[in-house]
Design a binder for this molecule. Structure first.
Ligand SMILES: Nc1ncnc2c1ncn2[C@@H]1O[C@H](COP(=O)(O)OP(=O)(O)OP(=O)(O)O)[C@@H](O)[C@H]1O
Length: 694
């Protein structure tokens, strides 16, 4: 089987790959590989996913494998195997089979593990600028091609001008028709070449555009998904807007814009030729050229400021739009549409005003350039007449110089009209650089621990965490230990830090003080995907994603078969949801799960989590939107979970959940104020012996 999409989703490729990597001395778990390779459609995507984990790999045909590259992973008709040794004309696999090279598809060979050496870190981890220019540099071939073609086009156009001069100076006075037709044929040929060169140049830039788009687009989006929660922007809309701006950056570096830049040196060539032909006459276009250049550079100052202001306001406007769309129901119910509309209107007005001023500056440069182009032509002609009267210039030289003047100033007209865009792009690139420099979940310089056998034992030592720098900490010196399989409820008033505690346990946020351990290992030394697979969080908002019920159920465990899905669906009441729709498990759930009720969404979210078979679940009010009967069914499911050895930590405001747990933790103002066996804590609470801050 050579189709990666099949291999990564339908077969336990991640398991086989983890085994292969282990044999190669690279420790990584199935969970981590699944998290990074899921959805990889192309071979290059698999390599990119691995490279993000610091694993160097390459695709090779089976016949090219030698002992240095073994163990390697090979795709077969049934999935994947680990090749461990070479035999005559074939391979032995990790499970003792013998396979011929012909029966194998493409293979992945892994480079041996490298030790992390912090001495190189400064060079490797840049300030966020390293994502863009190196990619452009890698595609420089296309730009060289485009620049070479620009040279050809400019030189050919020079031929046209020389032709015109010859017609005036030699052909017209002598009525040399034969020469005229031969020259005309030459010019015709040059025009055909110019047309071809322009088309090829366009195609080269398009190819560069497509390739750069794929690489950079993916790099930016992957980085956004990998950004640490505490580092991401508060407004998703504003964040999304910066991503949208990536389009403008991409469009700029792969559009005809660069052609105008490549034309600029030829402006000097045209001026040089003008000096050769027209002598002193070149002073006129040279002066015009310098004035336009100076003006173009000067207007960059206000335009840069305007572009920055516009980008900021466009982010605010996008944030307003996204927030309004997400909360449309509530806005309508509160009749608060006007408030959002006004915010949108204000932003739009601000943006339009600045866009107009930018355009005004750009128009000024364009108009001045065009006016100077024409003035220079008129002045050259007038001065040319005087020069011609003294024999210093010919009529042909005059006509050629006027042409050269317009050719020399033409790229400036294009560039000045692109100045607005250039400033937008510069400003967008600066924002993107900031995003690309945000800290990510996974420190690429560290070789993180990875295993599939986490037991779910948790320990926090003096953990403190605040969402914002000077805000009161949401967790304040929390210390606790949770044994594998324990069933614990966390109680506490609203805002006491219960959800934050679960988020820190799931490694979504890192403690600013203190340490968190999983199975005795500091969580900062473990692959975040491993922590999240072992300590599975079901958040308060039970968020589903656009797609079918089945896709949502299988989201965290795509390799699971239908039998397991049905078992979990039955236990969580999701089968009833499927049965109520003609499409069954293929029914769509809408964006965010909007076509389901709140309680139904919670049932699916819980089922989705249970599919993974994690050793410990972190449940944040998982049944808050359910009716009594459904809740009772859920709780029975949770209890059976516990019986199978999995533990859970459940945040709840419901007393009906307490009989299910052995231990209670009470939180107040970010601190643990009571922790112990359930009955003892309930007693202490009812006796008023638990001291709270308020
Ligand atoms: N994303 C966030 N950004 C900033 N502050 C936050 C964020 N989430 C929570 N907080 C603050 O952190 C504190 C603890 O919130 P948390 O959600 O952990 O409380 P909780 O005990 O789970 O409350 P509830 O029972 O209402 O769910 C609160 O003061 C809250 O205002």
């Amino acid at each position: 089987m050579n189709d990666m999409s099949q291999a990564t989703t339908d077969t336990p490729l991640a398991r086989v790959m983890a085994e292969c990597l282990r044999l190669r001395g690279i420790a990584t778990s199935e969970a981590v590989l699944k998290a990074n390779l899921r959805g990889a459609q192309a071979e290059a995507e698999v390599l990119r996913g691995l490279s993000e984990l610091g694993i160097e790999a390459s695709w090779v045909p089976a016949a090219a494998l030698d002992t240095d590259l073994l163990p390697a992973l090979a795709l077969t008709d049934d999935g994947a195997v680990v090749l461990t040794g070479l035999t005559d004309g074939g391979f032995t696999t990790a499970d003792g089979q013998r396979l011929t090279a012909d029966s194998l598809g493409r293979c992945i060979a892994f480079a041996p593990a490298r030790s992390a050496d912090s001495r190189a870190d400064d060079l490797v981890e840049g300030s966020g600028k390293g994502w863009f220019w190196p990619v452009l540099w890698r595609h420089r071939r296309y730009y060289y091609e485009a620049a070479a073609l620009s040279a050809v086009i400019n030189l050919l156009s020079l031929g046209g001008i020389i032709f015109m001069m010859t017609v005036y100076d030699r052909i017209l006075p002598n009525l040399a028709f034969v020469t005229l037709w031969s020259l005309l044929a030459g010019v015709g040929l040059a025009l055909v070449f110019e047309f071809v060169a322009r088309s090829v140049r366009g195609a080269a830039l398009d190819s560069a555009g497509k390739k750069i788009d794929l690489v950079l687009g993916d790099a930016v989006f992957s980085r956004v998904l990998a950004t640490r929660m505490e580092a991401r922007a508060q407004s998703s809309g504003a964040f999304a807007n910066v991503l949208k701006e990536f389009e403008s950056v991409r469009g700029f570096v792969t559009s005809g814009t660069l052609v105008a830049i490549a034309d600029l040196p030829f402006a000097l060539l045209f001026l040089g030729v003008c000096a050769l032909i027209g002598g002193k006459l070149v002073a006129v276009p040279l002066l015009a050229f310098l004035v336009v250049m100076a003006l173009s550079l000067f207007v960059q100052i206000p335009m840069s400021r305007l572009a920055n202001e516009n980008l900021r306001e466009a982010a605010v406007r996008h944030g307003t739009v996204i927030e309004s769309l997400e909360g449309l129901e509530t806005l309508k119910a509160l009749r608060a549409e006007g408030r959002m509309r006004r915010r949108h209107e204000m932003s739009s007005g601000y943006i339009a005003e600045r866009a107009m001023t930018s355009q005004h500056w750009s128009n000024l440069v364009t108009n001045v350039t065009v006016a100077l182009q024409q003035t220079a032509a008129a002045l050259m002609l007038a001065w040319g007449v005087y020069l011609a009267s003294t024999g210093e210039a010919t009529a042909g030289a005059l006509v050629a110089c006027v042409q050269l003047n317009s050719r020399a100033l033409a790229p400036l007209v294009t560039l000045s009209s692109l100045a607005v865009r250039f400033q937008q792009v510069r400003s967008a690139l600066a924002s993107l650089n900031r995003i690309m420099a945000l800290p990510v979940d996974r420190d690429p310089a560290r070789r993180l621990l990875s295993s599939d056998a986490w037991r779910g034992e948790i320990e926090l030592r003096g953990v403190s965490f605040a969402y914002e720098k000077d805000a009161r900490p949401a967790l304040d010196g929390v210390s606790l230990k949770i044994a594998p399989g324990e069933k614990i409820a966390i109680l506490g008033r609203i805002g006491s830090g219960k959800s934050t505690l679960l988020r820190v346990l799931a490694a979504l946020y890192r403690p600013q003080e203190g340490q968190a351990f999983l199975d005795g290992v500091d969580m900062t030394a473990i692959e975040p995907a491993d922590i999240r697979a072992a300590l599975l969080l079901v958040g308060q908002d039970a968020r589903l994603f656009h797609g079918s019920l089945r896709e949502n159920m299988l989201m965290a465990a795509p390799d699971t078969g239908d039998a397991r899905m049905l078992e979990v669906a039955r236990a969580t009441g999701v089968t009833a949801l499927a049965a109520a729709h003609p499409l069954g498990f293929d029914r769509g759930v809408g964006e965010r799960g909007d076509t389901l009720s709140g309680g139904q969404r919670q049932a699916v979210a819980l089922a989705r989590a249970l599919m993974t078979g994690a050793p410990m679940y972190l449940l944040d009010e998982p049944t808050s939107a359910m009716d009594q009967q459904t809740e009772a069914e859920m709780l029975r499911t949770l209890a059976t979970l516990g019986d199978k050895g999995a533990g859970f930590v459940i945040v709840t405001h419901k007393h009906s959940i307490l009989p299910l747990v052995d231990r209670l933790i009470v939180m107040d103002a970010g601190r643990v104020v009571a922790d112990g066996p359930r009955d003892a804590v309930v007693q202490a609470l009812s006796d008023g012996k638990v001291r709270t801050a308020s």
